[in-house]
Design a protein around this ligand. Sequence first.
Ligand code: SAH
Ligand code: SF4
Length: 370
Amino acid sequence: MEAAADRINLLGLDRQALEAFFVQLGEKPFRARQLMKWIYHQGVADFDAMTDLGKGLREKLKQLAEVRMPEVLTEQLSEDGTRKWLLRMDAANNIETVLIPDDERGTLCISSQVGCAMDCSFCATGKQGFNRNLTAAEIIGQVWMANHSLGAKPGSERAITNIVFMGMGEPLANYKHVVTAIRVLLDDFGYGLSKRRVTVSTSGLVPNMYKLAEDCDVALAVSLHAPDDKLRDVLVPINKVHPIAELMQACRDYVESKDHRHIEVTFEYVMLEGVNDSLEHAQRLAEAVRDVPCKINLIPFNSFQGTQYTRSPQVAIDAFAKLLWQRDIVTITRRTRGDDIDAACGQLAGKVKDRIRRAERRGDSLEVQP
Ligand code: SAH
Ligand code: SF4
């Protein structure tokens, strides 16, 4: 499909904005629902195929609008079934999107920014620095692209059942575009995902956690990584602005703002050998999260070039988890997925040359024509 700078990419409009768009064209607002069904339920991007729209309207749409997914540079498949796409956002910026298939789930891990400004010391994306926010169209475009690439057929079982904002970037630092994208994910005429199946992960931008509680109904994950401010200041520098006590209060308030029961926050905790992985850390962690309905996800550290950290040994991770269980905290150790293709948590950096070179060496990359 030909991209034109002056055509509006409809993947970036939620239902309300799409209705306004049609009204501007002198059409009825219900056209938005018709169009969304084509785009998100049928995976159709070609206006000519949207037979219930009428020829005149289709012609108008072709002039003014487009449904454009990002350009796929490479697609890699890991030994464990994890899939990673390297996507070109513009001449200078690439991002990565990862699909993690499980027994009955397919979790798509999407990016919200090119790079990240939060500068967490153990994160490859953070080390790369910040380039720019993604637009809502670029965020939803990742989901559209993945469905398209997986050949998701209308009415077939969907390969993508869950979405997590755990790719590159801090989603709450790109608030407006992320919220628009969430609306499309949750809308019945969009992807129709339930609020439990969309998770926003944040390093702790407290003011926007409050906004999110008001604007959307999604699951929240918080990157905690340390039980006290002294250590968290080093690992997650935003802690100097919003320290742990303030963060915990925001988590409690988030849970309380939701009227449905059984909602909890997921605390992510990366396991760094000799840094935050002792039994004393576990003990203090249990105390720090005591008043928040939560579960804890331990993430074995994923290494990348130039990092000073190493992954905690399995025995240390197991002992850490055991202590938390003894304090009645549900604790899951995240399985490391896709690290043979650098698709594991914190390894995404979007560097095209490295990725292509490495993939070619292994011979497992398929170049995909967009
Ligand atoms: N920026 C958001 C979401 C993206 S990162 C956030 O920080 O929450 C998704 C998760 O992977 C976060 O918990 C992040 O701290 C963690 N992570 C980052 N680098 C990692 C690494 N090298 N190994 C393991 N987990 C990492
Ligand atoms: Fe950004 Fe999250 Fe990486 Fe921190 S862990 S630098 S917030 S992407």
